[in-house]
Design a protein around this ligand. Structure first.
Ligand code: FE2
Ligand code: FE2
Length: 400
């Protein structure tokens, strides 16, 4: 046992949990190398991780300061975006037409949002987590509800980010396309919130790390940072997560809801790749590009290491089990491993495609085991049908 561990063992459990939380915040700051990135993430991280602004009730206001870009000549300036706009108009759907009448019975372990082997019960027993069959079912259900709640909070961020970017982007075809995305995101907020209210009957508060990322991109005045944060990082990862959940869940209403959302999100990430590929290669200096490259890595780390469902931990195990043990349990769960691998398999090729994964930053991705996804296809080359079959082997995935 290290001296630090002895010292920690002497402090009361409650205080130990707080120290653990502050320790995590410190690691976020300590690893940031670029002072500009540190400056742009420090405010959001203080608001999200330290002051927990996302957990202080409604409303949260975030100051937005970006420039609206007008073009009085209405050019047809970006054929790929014009094509996405056409496809988006044809792909509109109505959330009210989903089979809401289906009676979703979450007491049946075969129908849950997640399958029961989402969590590793042998690992739980080794960590001293003792639950009976009904408690296990409820814990898996809460993990599913927690995940859907985070999707919903992300969708609210996407709605406002899409609106801001529609104003700020310089491509006229991008503005037309962006307007369809605003509509799409409103529909996603509508269907996820309806599902959580009517079927799951529960809504978790926003995770502090997700709040930090949303705060960072909403308050940054540069449209391409909003775009990078929302279209590439948050949506890119969400798309992987939606695909995995679509494969994993046996709940028919949720499956259909996700299939519809995935079709929209595939266009959103495609748009992000097209817009940023052009912008980063033509409009930025090398120094500006490097800043974005570092920012993307830090945000990827925020998302990779820190989605530990502490909101579920607080409800079930606070002061009974250490945060470190919970982290170990969640990080090693077959379901979370599946999520992480699909999310980064989708994200990493997009970062490469837009020019934010050069030789300079590769060793950092290598160190955290993400370079194995480098050669994959970017969002502009992946069809919605392929995204729907993401994690095809997910059924019984504990063995995978
Ligand atoms: Fe969305
Ligand atoms: Fe989206």
């Amino acid at each position: 046992m290290l001296l630090k561990d002895y010292a920690l063992a002497l402090v009361p459990k409650r205080l130990r949990d707080s120290l653990d939380a502050y320790g995590e915040i410190f690691t976020v700051f300590a690893q940031i190398r670029d002072p500009k990135v540190l400056r742009s993430l420090a405010g959001p991280a203080a608001r999200g991780l330290l002051f927990k602004r996302g957990k202080q009730g409604v409303p949260t206001s975030m100051p937005a300061s970006h420039e609206a870009f007008f073009d009085w000549s209405y050019p047809s300036d970006q054929p790929e975006m014009a094509d996405l706009y056409r496809r988006a108009k044809q792909g509109q759907w109505d959330g009210e037409h989903l089979p809401w009448h289906l009676d979703v019975d979450f007491d049946d372990p075969d129908v849950g949002i997640f399958p029961m082997d989402f969590l590793d019960w042998d690992h739980a027993a080794r960590l001293g987590i003792k639950l009976d069959a009904d408690e296990r079912r409820r814990l898996v259900m809460d993990m599913g509800t927690w995940s859907l709640s985070q999707f919903l909070h992300g969708e609210q961020g996407a709605l406002y980010a899409a609106a801001q970017v529609t104003e700020a982007v310089q491509f006229m075809d991008g503005k037309f396309y962006g307007a369809t995305q605003v509509m799409d995101e409103a529909r996603h907020v509508e269907v996820f919130s309806r599902y959580l209210a009517d079927k799951a009957g529960k809504l978790y508060q926003i995770n502090d790390n997700l709040f930090t990322i949303i705060d960072a991109l909403m308050t940054d005045g540069r449209w391409d940072m909003k775009f990078l944060g929302m279209q590439i990082m948050v949506e890119g990862l969400a798309l992987g997560a939606f695909g995995t959940l679509h494969q994993m869940t046996r709940e028919p209403l949720l499956k259909e809801l996700l299939a519809n959302v995935i079709q929209d999100e595939a266009r959103h990430v495609h748009y992000g790749v097209v817009a940023l590929r052009e912008h980063i290669s033509t409009a930025l200096t090398e120094r500006e590009r490097r800043e974005r490259e570092d920012w993307a890595f830090e945000v990827a780390m925020l998302m990779r290491n820190r989605f530990f469902a502490y909101e579920v931990y607080d409800e079930w195990f606070a002061h009974k089990l250490s945060r470190a043990r919970w982290r170990e349990f969640i990080a090693g769960s077959p379901g979370m491993e599946r999520f992480r691998s699909t999310m980064f398999r989708r994200l990493v090729p997009n970062l490469r495609e837009i020019g934010l994964l050069t030789d300079r930053i590769k060793p950092y991705y290598e160190r955290v085991g993400l370079m194995r996804y480098f050669g994959g296809r970017a969002a502009d080359k992946v069809s919605a049908a392929e995204l729907l079959s993401d994690g095809e082997s997910a059924a019984g995935f504990a063995a995978a």
